[in-house]
Write a protein that binds this ligand. Sequence first.
Ligand SMILES: Cc1ncc(C[n+]2csc(CCOP(=O)(O)OP(=O)(O)O)c2C)c(N)n1
Ligand SMILES: [Mg+2]
Length: 292
Amino acid sequence: MNADSNYSELEELSRRGRWLVLSTVAGSGAGHVGGPMSAMDLLISLFFRGMDIKPEEPGWPDRDRFILSKGHAAIGLYTVMALRGFFPVEELKTFDKGNSRLQGHPDVTKLPGLETSTGSLGMGLSVGLGFALGAQRKQQRFHTFVMVGDGELQEGMVWEALHVAPRYQLGNLTAILDWNGLQQFGWLKHQDGDGRGDRRDPWNNVDLATIFANLGWRVVLIDGHRFDEILPAIQESKAQPPVGRPTMILARTLKGKGLSFTEGKFEWHSKVANATELDLARRELQIVEAVK
Ligand SMILES: Cc1ncc(C[n+]2csc(CCOP(=O)(O)OP(=O)(O)O)c2C)c(N)n1
Ligand SMILES: [Mg+2]
């Protein structure tokens, strides 16, 4: 996976995170798996290395901001926040219950540590742009990170933010595209003239790096599962002058990353693991403790 073994702690956290995603969704009987798995290494990198945060003081004014614009991957974010100490890992068992702080999609009114509510795709980058613009105007030094899905990138509002952020010279803003090549459903075989338009992956063979660069973004293309590429990309983003080019990290990822039966399978976008799958996952992720 990674070229050297300096990242064993992060790899261990990612394995544990992936296990908690799968087992928590199984426990609650509903939720998303594929998107949280593709984002896990990026989230672990942000919360355990990249961002300046204080889990014991989630409202710390100087904290770096993170927005999970692809809010359906909430269980991935909650898992990483729990592992980082924002709340007890045990609380993950309440995921998606009516009175839980851990709603199926992030609810900023419920859980300290969230910066905004998401779930309706398309809005997070605009919110992050507002945070970054406010910080720039008030000369606050925090950095804002926004994770966007590649399916989400089809939402028009994302492109408004993509267009505007460089014009405000928001060097304190970083977008991370979780470019896993899949969305909610698979890609139907394309047939010309079937009257339904082109049904293939809309970003396949699209040179997004050039498009974003031409809009004025500083573009970094990485493997979103290699810590030796993720961590420098995050650090270099934060090192940008706050009045400068915003950064777009194009992270190539694998939906369902980490498990033989979920990798690259759109069916695992939102699916509940059965007992056999949980057993297999425990072995593949090298989870030793007995879990529910
Ligand atoms: C505005 C809006 N339209 C549709 C949905 C339903 N929806 C939830 S996830 C999803 C697919 C998202 O794909 P992508 O952004 O690629 O996420 P990932 O592959 O990382 O799971 C859709 C269509 C939604 N949440 N919001
Ligand atoms: Mg996707």
